[in-house]
Design a protein around this ligand. Structure first.
Ligand code: Q5B
Length: 608
C-alpha cells in the first residue's frame, strides 16, 4: 500500500446499502468541518433508484440513489471511496465489484463475519491493483477536518470533544473501532489532535494492516507522530516491528498492544474480535509489546501509562519545534433534528393536519373513539361504521340499517347508466381498476346520482318555509331549476322505481316521523300531473328520508342538521354505493376480455 493520503476535504464516497444514520453522520461531519461538498456523492441500493433526502447543515439535499455499483461509478466518476454497509453475506461480492471499478481506490467494509477465504481474495485483488481495503469488521476511519467513514468517532459531541473537525499532527491506527474512540479522546487531550485515524478491523485477515497504515502515515508530511493500538492474537504487529527495525519509519511511534490480561486466564481466551485470541507465546500482548519496544517504538508499561507516553513523545516534538501550533476554530453548531428537539421538550411545532374521526396511534385503531375490537365483537355493520366515521356518533340500529339499505339499493343500476357506461369504456380501453372506477365516479353529479344533497336542501327549505307543493314546484320553474330528486329517464308514474318504494316502506315502518318524505310524495303527485316521467327518483327518496332520519332520531341538533345538509354529506352515500357496482363492471369487462370500445358511426348524427 504505502504512498500517502487516502482522503482529502474534497474526497467523495459511494455508500453501499442505504443506511440513513451513518450517511447523515458523514454529512454532519462535513458541515462541522466546513466542507463545501457533501462527502457522499451517491447511494447504491440494489434494485432501487431515485433520490434520498438528507441534511447538509440546515439545508436539505437530494443524494442520488443508484441500483448498481456500475451505474453509481459511471454517474460519479470522481467518487473514489466505496463505503460498504452490506451484510456479511453480500459484503465480499459487492466489495469485489467495487474494487473492479477503475474509479474506486479505497473500499471500507463494515460487516463482521465475512468469510476469511473471501477476504483473502479481496486482499490479493486489491494489492495487485494498487487499491486499499479497510476492514472487514471495522467502523472505518477518519481524516480530521476532511472525511469520515460512516459512524467513525461516534456522536458529533464526541467529534467536537476530540477536535476531529480540524487536523492535528497524529496518525493513529488501531485494530478496534471501539477503542479508537477512546484513543481519539486521549490523543486530543495530550497532543494537538488526530490527523488521520484508521481502525483496520478485528478479523484475522484485515484488508490492510497496522504496518500498511504506519508506513503510509510516514509519507504524509502533516503527520509528525504515529500512535498504534494493537491487540493480542495474530502476527500483524510483527510486520510493524520489521518495518521499524529496517528503518522504514522515521517518525516517532508510540504503541501499545492490549490484552496483557490474557495471561491471568488458565485456558485460551477469545476476546471480542475474531482475531483477538490468546494463541502461542508470540501472539501474546506481552511478546508483541516487547518486540515493538525492542524495535524502537515507545511502549508504555501499561495501558494506563499510554496517555503519558503519547504526551511525552508529542511534547518532545513540540519543544523541538517540529510541530507548529494548530489554528483553532469554533465549528458551526449542527442543527438539531426536529424530532429529537421535540422529544427533549426544547421546541414545539405546529401540526399541519387536524383530524377527529379516527386514530391509529394506539394499540388498535379507533373509529370515533370506538376500538376495532368492539366494532367486530359487538357485530357492527357497514352502516355503524359510516355513522361513526361520517357522523362521529353511534346511530340507532334503524338508522344504520337504513344507511345499509341505501348502499345496497344504489350499488348498481345496470350497464346503461352514465357511471357504468364510462367505467365500461375505460376498462375496455385497457385502464386499471382505479382509473375505470374513477372515470365512472366522475359522472356522478346534479343529473346522475348526485342530486341527493340538493333534494334534501330544497325539500327541507320548502317544507320548513311551509310552501305548498304547487308553490315549491312553480317557484323552481320560475328560477329555471329542475326539482332535484324528481324525474327519471326510464321510470314512469305507471312504472315506479322499486328502490324508492322499498326505502319508503322501510321508513314508514321504522322511522318515528317521515314528514319530509311525505312532503316529497306530494311534490311528486303534483309533478306527475305535468309529465309521466317526473316521478320521485332514488336521489329524492334518500334525500327526503335522510332529513327525516336526522330530525327524527333525536341524535342531531338543528344546527348540526343544517351543517350536514349544507356541507353535502348525502351524495357520499351514492358515491360509496355505486363504487361497488362500478368495480364490478370493471372486473366484468376484464373477465369478458372485451376489446376497445368504439361508438358506432350510425349512432352519431353528423351535422354541419
Ligand atoms: N323536467 C333525471 O330527465 C333527469 C324535471 C323537470 C322539473 C325536474 C331529470 C332531472 C333532477 C335531477 C335528479 C337524479 C335528468 C336521477 C339517478 C340515478 C339512477 C339513474 C338511472 C341510477 C331525467 C323533460 C321535461 C322538460 C324538463 C322537465 C325533467 N326533470 N321539471 N323538475 N326534476 N332531474 N337526478 O328524462 O317543458 O319539456 O322543457 O334533471 O334528480 O341519476 O337509472 O339512469 O340509479 O343510476 O332526460 O337512477 O329529471 O327529461 O331532460 O328531457 O326533460 O321534463 O324541464 O320539460 P329526462 P328531460 P320541458 S336518478
Amino acid at each position: 500500500m504505502a504512498t500517502g493520503q487516502l482522503f482529502s476535504r474534497t474526497t467523495q464516497a459511494l455508500f453501499y446499502n442505504y443506511k440513513q444514520l451513518p450517511i447523515q453522520r458523514m454529512l454532519d461531519f462535513d458541515f462541522l468541518c466546513g466542507r463545501e461538498t457533501p462527502s457522499v456523492a451517491g447511494i447504491i441500493n440494489p434494485g432501487s433508484e431515485g433520490f434520498q433526502k438528507l441534511f447538509f447543515g440546515q439545508e436539505e439535499i437530494a443524494i442520488p440513489v443508484h441500483g448498481s455499483i456500475e451505474a453509481a461509478c459511471a454517474a460519479h466518476p470522481t467518487a473514489d471511496v466505496f463505503i460498504n454497509f452490506a451484510s456479511f453475506r453480500s459484503a465480499a461480492a459487492s466489495s469485489m465489484s467495487a474494487l473492479k471499478q477503475p474509479t474506486i481506490r479505497v473500499v471500507a467494509i463494515i460487516a463482521e463475519g465475512v468469510p476469511e477465504s473471501d477476504t483473502k481474495h479481496l486482499i490479493a485483488y486489491a494489492r495487485s491493483n494498487n487499491k486499499v481495503v479497510i476492514g472487514p469488521a471495522t467502523v472505518g476511519g477518519i481524516q480530521a477536518g476532511a472525511f469520515r467513514i460512516g459512524d467513525t468517532a461516534g456522536t458529533i459531541d464526541n467529534i467536537i470533544a476530540c477536535k476531529l473537525y480540524r487536523p492535528g499532527s497524529i496518525g493513529f491506527v488501531s485494530k478496534s473501532g471501539g477503542m479508537s474512540n477512546e484513543l481519539y479522546n486521549t490523543i486530543a487531550r495530550v497532543t494537538d489532535g488526530i490527523y488521520e485515524g484508521i481502525a483496520i478491523g478485528g478479523d484475522v485477515f484485515p484488508g490492510s494492516t497496522l504496518s500498511d497504515h504506519v508506513l503510509r502515515f510516514n509519507n504524509i508530511p502533516q503527520i509528525k507522530m504515529i500512535v498504534v493500538l494493537g491487540e493480542l492474537g495474530g502476527q500483524d504487529e510483527y510486520s510493524l516491528v520489521e518495518a521499524l527495525k529496517q528503518g522504514k519509519v522515521n517518525k516517532p511511534v508510540v504503541a501499545w498492544v492490549s490484552g496483557t490480561c490474557a495471561r491471568l486466564f488458565k485456558s485460551e481466551v477469545q476476546f471480542g474480535h475474531a482475531g483477538a485470541k490468546s494463541g502461542g507465546e508470540l501472539e501474546s500482548a506481552q511478546a508483541k509489546n516487547q518486540a515493538l519496544k525492542d524495535a524502537g517504538a515507545v511502549v508504555p508499561t501499561s495501558f494506563e501509562a499510554f496517555e503519558a507516553s503519547i504526551k511525552e513523545a508529542f511534547d518532545k516534538l513540540f519543544e523541538a519545534g517540529k510541530i507548529e501550533s494548530v489554528k483553532e476554530f469554533t465549528p458551526p453548531p449542527i442543527p438539531e433534528d426536529l424530532n429529537t428537539a421535540i422529544k427533549s421538550g426544547k421546541v414545539r411545532a405546529p401540526t399541519h393536519i387536524i383530524s377527529t374521526i379516527s386514530d391509529d396511534r394506539g394499540e388498535e385503531p379507533c373509529y370515533a373513539g370506538v376500538p376495532m375490537s368492539s366494532i367486530v365483537e359487538q357485530g357492527y355493520g357497514v352502516g355503524d361504521v359510516i355513522s361513526l366515521l361520517w357522523f362521529k356518533r353511534s346511530l340507532p340500529r334503524y338508522c344504520t340499517k337504513f344507511i345499509e339499505i341505501c348502499i345496497m339499493l344504489c350499488a348498481d343500476h345496470g350497464p346503461c347508466v352514465s357511471g357504468a357506461h364510462n367505467t365500461i369504456v375505460t376498462a375496455r380501453a385497457g385502464k386499471d381498476l382505479v382509473s375505470s372506477l374513477v372515470s365512472g365516479l366522475l359522472t356522478i353529479g346534479p343529473r346522475f346520482g348526485g342530486a341527493i344533497d340538493d333534494a334534501a336542501r330544497y325539500f327541507k327549505d320548502a317544507y320548513d318555509r311551509g310552501l305548498t307543493p304547487y308553490e315549491f314546484v312553480e317557484s323552481m320553474k320560475k328560477k329555471g331549476i329542475r326539482v332535484p330528486g324528481i324525474g327519471h329517464r326510464i321510470k314512469r308514474g305507471d312504472n315506479r322505481d322499486k328502490r324508492v318504494e322499498l326505502l319508503q316502506e322501510f321508513a314508514r315502518t321504522n322511522f318515528p316521523s317521515v314528514k319530509y318524505m311525505e312532503y316529497a310524495v306530494q311534490v311528486e303527485t303534483y309533478t306527475l300531473t305535468k309529465a309521466n316521467n317526473l316521478v320521485m327518483n332514488v336521489d329524492g327518496a334518500i334525500g327526503s328520508l335522510f332529513l327525516d332520519l336526522l330530525a327524527g332520531s333525536g341524535m342531531f341538533t338543528k344546527p348540526e342538521i343544517d351543517e350536514i345538509v349544507e356541507i353535502g354529506y348525502l351524495n357520499g352515500l351514492f358515491v360509496l354505493a355505486r363504487s361497488i357496482g362500478l368495480i364490478g363492471h370493471t372486473f366484468d369487462q376484464k373477465r369478458l376480455k372485451q376489446p376497445l370500445y368504439r361508438h358506432p358511426w350510425e349512432d352519431v348524427l353528423y351535422t354541419k
